[in-house]
Design a protein around this ligand. Structure first.
Ligand code: ZN
Ligand code: ZN
Length: 152
């Protein structure tokens, strides 16, 4: 008898649901404190009380914005390692993240942080990961260029 018209269509949820900036397929769980982009749990890097996306980590290091890192005793080797790992997770960003990981590893190789008795194992792993990511990136581009359709 009664026609139910009160219920709003739920199909739009898929359209409006916030997805990760870096992973359109994944649902965002938070907003990056650096750039405000929606990021998924995988992209969220905890830095003290902040949660930053990998791009902001890389950009922050370049601009020297994250100078408070020293005060918070954030481990550069962990950041370098994270960037190295992210280089693998995001091939598109590897071209930015991998050099950043290499830069941080080399820059802080002899930093006072290493006096805390921390081994350089993470730096080594970060450098290896970043190097591999870069090589893979270069290899992928080479393959794409090589196998691009030619009109003959
Ligand atoms: Zn960000
Ligand atoms: Zn993501």
């Amino acid at each position: 008898m009664s026609i139910e018209t009160g219920a709003a269509p739920s199909a739009l949820v898929d359209q409006t649901e916030a997805s990760c900036f870096y992973h359109p397929q994944k649902q965002a769980v938070r907003v990056c404190d650096g750039c405000g982009r929606m990021i998924c749990s995988l992209c969220s890097i905890e830095l003290g009380a902040e949660h930053l996306c990998p791009n902001c980590i890389a950009a922050g290091r370049k601009k020297g914005k994250l100078t408070t890192l020293e005060d918070r005793r954030v481990r550069y080797d962990s950041i370098a390692l994270s960037l190295g790992i992210f280089s693998f997770l995001f091939y598109v960003l590897a071209i930015v993240l991998a050099p950043a990981a290499l830069y941080i590893s080399i820059r802080h190789w002899n930093s006072p942080g290493s006096l805390l008795g921390r081994s350089r194992g993470r730096f080594v792993v970060a450098i290896i990961l970043a190097s591999c990511a870069l090589l893979i990136w270069i290899a992928m581009v080479s393959v794409l260029v090589w196998h691009s359709p030619h009109r003959k």
